[in-house]
Design a protein around this ligand. Structure first.
Ligand SMILES: Cc1cc2nc3c(=O)[nH]c(=O)nc-3n(C[C@H](O)[C@H](O)[C@H](O)COP(=O)(O)OP(=O)(O)OC[C@H]3O[C@@H](n4cnc5c(N)ncnc54)[C@H](O)[C@@H]3O)c2cc1C
Length: 415
């Protein structure tokens, strides 16, 4: 079989790992100049792997397979170094949060670190590249795919027996083009997560960081919206991400170099109902509004000003880890809908009962942090065109995306 994979991210890696020794001819088309300059994602920043049935994607992935794939990633480091923690495996913590109305998420974390990821990715790439049946084509963005009777063409040019699209969320332009051509492949699109990134001194969350590395909770706020913590980075750094026309905030942590602060996102899940069906457009407009106010930088505000809707002019004890040319002190309330702000405040105030210090007035709040859900795509529609990883709408994490690729390869092999 001659197979094309579009994109070289977590899902493609899982697919190739399973397929590599089967003699099939595999061509990888990646828009980036090389593995490092491909689009930003969790395999290039942070690398927090987790094993969990409760998050990571809308697929049921066997826990043993998840752990095997974690071991695969760690094994590629060469030295086996990582940080680890267990979210809510400890029953006492579980009960404390549960009693206050939170839904604790059970998960095991393995943090590789942004600094170590480069080497891991390089080792994976070198191994694949050394095989005679695997061919990499960098600086080759795919913008067009057409399904013919017994083959699939990419960029109106080369034909393949099968094409696997693994372009992650940064590949939304290609997915949009495919959906325009084959609208029947879309199963749903209604959700977007909109929120902020919190930053506070390590000592406030030190115990939880040690026990869990990342503490994951969901909470049904008084507004009716579901709110959750996301991507906790002990001793980490806040960063911005540029998506062409919008700039958003994110966080990561390194294995060696540490900061004095912990950052994590608080996200509100917004489920849009008829007649509206453009959650990506909705989120993009809110991000655009924040950027407009911030002069294309992200907005930074202290927690007390966030609550009282006042522009922040000075900071006090907590200093941002984000470099000062990337943010503007301002008021997030001017850009975010009231219901979202109220949900975040309700969440933080309730969390403060369990983690005193979360709502210290001088803690930092950055915006916008928005997580788009890809449309869920129907993989049954075509025999020779498949979607894996985040672009398929079924995954939202490194391990789930890797597993999706791995399982898709398995499916090809038993056909
Ligand atoms: C900043 C950041 C940090 C994250 N941190 C974590 C984390 O710590 N833990 C975790 O579990 N998840 C994390 N995630 C999510 C995680 O990265 C994704 O869930 C996972 O990488 C999805 O894998 P994927 O293969 O679907 O896509 P990706 O890993 O994003 O790979 C897609 C690849 O396709 C390429 N591509 C895009 N469009 C085209 C095109 N038209 N033609 C050719 N190539 C194309 C891109 O350049 C990219 O290399 C993070 C995401 C981001 C953005």
């Amino acid at each position: 079989m001659k197979i094309a994979i579009i994109g070289f991210g977590a899902a493609a890696i899982g697919f190739i790992e399973k397929m590599k020794d089967t003699g099939n001819e595999i061509h990888i088309f990646e828009k980036g100049k090389d593995i490092y300059s491909a689009s930003i994602s969790g395999i290039r920043a942070d690398g927090k792997l987790f094993v969990s049935k409760e998050m990571g994607g809308a697929m049921d992935i066997d826990l043993d397979l998840q752990k095997d794939l974690v071991d695969f990633w760690i094994g590629k480091s060469g030295n086996g170094e990582y940080e680890t923690g267990h979210s809510f495996r400890n029953k006492d913590y579980y009960m404390q949060f549960y009693e206050k109305g939170f839904q604790p998420i059970i998960s095991d974390f393995y943090h590789l670190g942004t600094d170590q990821l480069k080497k891991i990715l390089f080792n994976i790439y070198e191994k694949f590249r050394s095989l005679p049946n695997i061919h990499f084509h960098f600086e080759t963005p795919v913008s067009n795919i057409s399904v013919e009777r017994d083959h699939v063409k990419i960029n109106n040019n080369e034909a393949f027996d099968k094409v696997v699209v693994a372009v992650g969320r940064s590949g939304y332009k290609l997915i949009k083009a495919i959906i325009k051509q084959y609208p029947e492949i879309v199963l749903n699109s209604t959700t977007v997560d909109i929120g902020v990134r919190f930053e506070l001194p390590n000592h406030i969350v030190e115990d939880l960081n040690k026990e869990m590395y990342e503490f994951k909770v969901r909470y049904k706020s008084k507004t009716g919206y579901m709110v959750r913590t996301f991507c906790n980075n002990p001793s980490g750094y806040v960063v911005t991400e540029n998506y062409g026309d919008i700039t958003m905030v994110n966080g990561h942590a390194k294995l060696k170099e540490k900061s004095e602060n912990t950052n994590f996102a608080i996200l509100t899940t917004v489920q849009l109902t008829q007649p509206f069906n453009d959650p990506i457009g909705y989120g993009t407009h809110i991000a655009g509004m924040s950027n407009m106010l911030g002069g294309n930088r992200v907005i930074l505000q202290t927690y007390s000003h966030f609550v009282n809707s006042k522009r922040t002019k000075n900071l006090y004890r907590v200093m941002p880890t984000l470099s000062n040319d990337k943010y503007i002190l301002g008021d997030i309330n001017l850009a975010f809908p009231r219901r979202i702000i109220e949900s975040i405040i309700d969440f933080a105030e309730n969390l403060n009962q369990l983690i005193p210090g979360i709502t210290q007035p001088d803690n930092l709040v950055y915006a916008p942090e928005i997580k788009f859900y890809s449309n869920t795509l129907n993989n049954e529609k075509f025999k020779n065109l498949k979607f894996i990883g985040d672009c398929s709408g079924y995954t939202r994490s490194i391990i789930y995306a890797t597993a999706h690729g791995y399982l898709m390869a398995e499916e090809f092999l038993i056909e």
